[in-house]
Write a protein that binds this ligand. Structure first.
Ligand code: ADP
Length: 514
């Protein structure tokens, strides 16, 4: 099959969070399984260009619109590992993608609407006929409407569009004139069946419109898929999702096995093979390597050596991730003579203040390291060198870090929400069989629940080595690679190409796909 992704992130060249990992990991796996995958991205100035091979101009004079003005764009192509990327460079006076950042500009809506229109124009004029245009989140959600209302009438035909919702919180709200700027009359879309926002009826809601117009929609874990149909987690789009439930499904994200591989991870001081964790000999080697990484991590961060459990946390420090709960976990861990390493990015001034104050308070203890930064190398070392890893999110569509932690043999402590509940099973209370139980889960986002779960984890680490070894082996045995989830995506792509391609012979397309 031929899949074209429109995305605003791709790891490792343009990554902010999990979205970049997911587009990379899924594409990589689909390619391994014999499919053709392309990723269309904005040509940001911040891209890590040295990681793109064969970078060259692919298409000149791609014309696209902003209001009544017409602008020229250049499309570049290159390879990120085995993935073909197409980078759209607008020659526009607003320098949309030369801002030193991926997100966070006041005109983000216009930047990504412009990108999406130009990307669709490119797919059309370049004669591509993919089985699926796979869209990721609000920034490119308008593509399904552009496809139906602008490009099908021009004769452009693809299997269909799939919108993956990575996070319901971000919806892309704007005014009708923002749509008009890219060539569709915004006022015509300000209706409850189309793009009208429920809370602000004068506003366009890009995610909502994408939910209405995409051929299929999915989200990134089965549990989150159920949660977003409720008022508690639907972020006011639950009714729209319920109305469209027939085209909605939940597919668990995977982690890329090559990128997150302790056996070949160049950021570790001691690599380790987690294959066959139940053999005594191999398991001891894993423990030894983890110990070496822990020692290095402590030395590097100025933490006390010795026999104390170390809890890691690598996260964006946004409200969704429960920064207050993280702060509480830090305090409690140190009170209980454990150690804590936090690597956090994307914080508000208040959240930054809170963590700087904690850092100061505990600086003499040498039990706490807080780095307010984005640091890929350190993230890998924390996964490998920590005993436990916490993800106390308020809500979590899927979450990748708990799965990465499991792969690196660091036991997750997570809140019972979204994809965390699909991947971590409590060692004491889960309904899963004993050999599936791989971590600690708590329910309420309260200081009390955080304390209780940390007490259980530290107690087991200190006093119950048999339980701990079994849990670590279960953790290492988990398979959260993309193999299975990519198959689930293929089922959706096939559905599109079989059922939705206008005027297509479904049998013929199915054979072509295989
Ligand atoms: P989200 O997409 O909501 O940020 P996920 O758990 O899905 O959360 O994915 C987070 C990804 O970003 C993981 O690969 C994680 O290692 C990485 N990451 C998060 N914060 C940092 C940071 N401060 N430094 C380095 N990597 C980070």
């Amino acid at each position: 099959m031929h899949i074209v992704n429109l995305s605003t992130e791709l790891a490792p060249i343009a990554k902010v969070g999990g979205l970049g990992d997911v587009v990379y990991g899924l594409s990589n796996e689909l390619i391994k399984q014999g499919h053709k995958v392309e990723v269309v991205l904005p040509k940001y100035d911040t891209i890590e260009y040295d990681r793109i091979k064969n970078l060259r101009v692919h298409h000149r004079d791609l014309w696209s619109y902003d209001g009544s003005a017409k602008f020229n764009n250049t499309v570049w192509s290159g390879d990120v590992d085995h993935i073909k990327v197409l980078l759209i460079e607008p020659h526009h006076p607003s320098y949309f993608f030369s801002r030193g950042m991926i997100y966070g500009c006041p005109d983000d809506v216009d930047r990504f609407l412009y990108f999406t229109r130009a990307a669709m124009e490119f797919l059309h004029v370049s004669g591509r006929q993919p089985d699926c245009i796979h869209l990721h989140d609000w920034p490119v959600a308008i593509a399904s409407t552009l496809y139906k209302d602008m490009y099908v009438p021009l004769g452009f035909k693809v299997g269909g569009t799939l919108l993956t919702i990575h996070n319901m919180e971000h919806q892309g709200k704007c005014a009708p004139h923002n749509l008009t700027r890219i060539g569709i009359r915004g006022e015509n879309y300000l209706t409850p069946e189309k793009y009208q926002d429920k809370t602000f009826p004068q506003a366009i809601n890009l995610l909502k419109g994408g939910i209405e117009d995409a051929t299929l929609i999915n989200t990134v874990s089965p549990n989150y898929c159920k949660e977003i149909l409720t008022a508690e987690n639907g972020h006011e789009l639950e009714m729209d999702l319920q109305r469209n439930h027939k085209k909605l499904s939940g597919i668990l994200n995977g982690i890329d096995e090559d990128f997150w591989n302790p056996k070949a991870d160049s950021f570790l001081v001691q690599r380790y093979d987690t294959h066959d964790p139940f053999s005594k000999d191999k398991f001891e080697k894993i423990l030894k390597a983890k110990e070496d990484n822990k020692r290095h991590l402590r030395t590097h961060l100025g933490l006390l050596p010795g026999d104390a459990p170390l809890i890691g946390c690598v996260t964006r420090l946004v409200p969704q991730k429960g920064p207050e709960l993280i702060a509480h976990a830090i305090r409690h861990t140190i009170e209980k003579n454990g150690q804590f390493v936090l690597l956090g990015s994307e914080y508000s001034p208040e959240i930054k203040e809170m963590f700087l104050a904690l850092k100061k308070e505990f600086s003499a203890s040498k039990r706490l390291a807080i780095m307010l930064d984005r640091d890929e190398a350190l993230a890998h070392l924390i996964f490998a060198g920590s005993d436990l890893f916490t993800v106390p999110s308020i809500f979590e569509p899927c979450g990748l870090t708990q799965m990465i932690a499991l792969r690196y043999g660091s036991i997750p402590i997570v809140r019972n929400t979204g994809g965390l509940a699909d991947t971590v099973f409590d060692v004491d209370f889960s309904a899963e069989p004993l050999n599936k139980r791989n971590g600690y889960v708590f329910n309420d986002p309260t200081a009390e629940d955080v304390e209780k779960v940390i007490d259980r984890a530290l107690n087991d680490w200190q006093n119950d080595s048999i339980k701990w070894v079994q849990m670590m082996q279960n953790a290492l045995f988990c398979d959260y690679s993309w193999k299975k989830s990519a198959q689930d995506y293929i089922v959706l792509y096939r559905k599109l190409s079989a059922e939705h391609a206008p005027g297509t012979n479904s049998k013929k397309r199915r054979h072509k796909a295989a």
